[in-house]
Design a protein around this ligand. Sequence first.
Ligand code: CU
Length: 490
Amino acid sequence: MKLKWTMAIVATSVLLTACNQAQTEKENTNSKETHSMMHTKQNGAMDHEQKKLQNNTGENTLTFPAVLQPDAKKGNHVTYTITAQTGKSELFKGHQTETFGYNGSLLGQTLRLEEGQDVTIHLKNKLKEATTFHWHGLEVSGDADGGPHKLIEAGGEQTIHFKVTQQAATLWYHPHPMGNTAQQVYKGLAGLLYIDDMKSKALDIPKTYGEDDFPIILQDRTFTKDQQLVYKDVANIDGTYGDTMMINGVVNAALHTDKKLVRLRILNGSNARNYHVHFDQNIAFTQIATDGGFLETPKKMSDLLLGAGERAEILVDFSKVKGNSLNLVDQDGTVLMPIQLSKNVVTSSATTKLNTINTDEKLYEQEASKVVKMEGMGENVTINGQKFDENRIDFTQKQGATEVWEIENAITDEGGMIHPFHIHGTQFQVLSINGEKPEASLQGYKDTITLQPGQKAKIAVTFPYKGTYMFHCHILEHEDNGMMGQIQVK
Ligand SMILES: [Cu+2]
């Protein structure tokens, strides 16, 4: 296994070095020819310019992933099988696109677990390449977490067991093989994982899956002329952006619903793109949940930043819309998702209290015991000046102990860029951003925090279980290029 890893890293760095040289040449000579020539040799073009996202045309109707049915359910114990496989998807009428999926040809079915359940999952890899199954946001042992150490070779199988011990939340699952995560997610490996608990079931909020409680997986993709997803042709070392909006695996999808109060569970499942979501026509919305659970109260938002890997649950009352349509838009007004409204159904929610979040006051004064400095762009991305090494443990922490981590997105001579920082196996609390109280969207449990260049966050981190976990930038190309470290929880 070690040999393979080394080979993957060497191969990646050869590619990335060439890519970086090409960038320098491009900057120096501004010669597009030189740039593309460099890449012909390297078996794949890498365009450093980020693709602009086109407006979602809304020509297709948004559908929702099916809910995964258990193989068996006996009392508190549930068993599932999740298979990573290849397939063909009709994303454009009359054309078959080759894709990856879990238990299907594209994306995964939604896994719905309940707090307190004992879970067994049989993992099957029917791809022609190695993969892992990572449960993003789930508090489980390092053994069940599906990091790069838990590689399942092509045709291989694994079985994991864990108990659900965390509160209601919208989590997700995706692959995590070293150096190959970006490509596998790009081709379609990603699924939702919902946790329900007594509290979430009792709350007076929309909760009927696909009727008023909508999963919204935002992904930007670029298709070739023959409607294929060819990762190596579009891969960008600083994060691969696409020009076409795909939601829940539907290209140019519009949400069709009634004029009523709805809940959107938005996952930024993109490789790298950040979204500043809001609605046009000044339609107000509230955020009710962050990555790892409900906020204490609904928070009014005008704009919500979601970096790669982050989730937010929002409530929006479409009965307040004057016409029959509106759009979910990005910062610059780009249409992310058109929404078509039919009949008026008056609904309302009186919920003001969603959750209780206790933070130990002492933590605000506590010095950070761990410092994570994210630096660089392109090939030069590092954490604390180092690239990932599977044989190096960067940090240790005691199971159940809460430590304050300082996460810095440093600006270097090259400049800086947004990095979404993710820790496996924990839901942390944000204590401060640049010494100030975090904004409302960060006042809940988080497993990923999107930091602007120059920002420093203090977070309170507790690992409920033991094992080796990753912490990394969730721009998948940065992660693949070693912007990742590991912590051993004992
Ligand atoms: Cu990054």
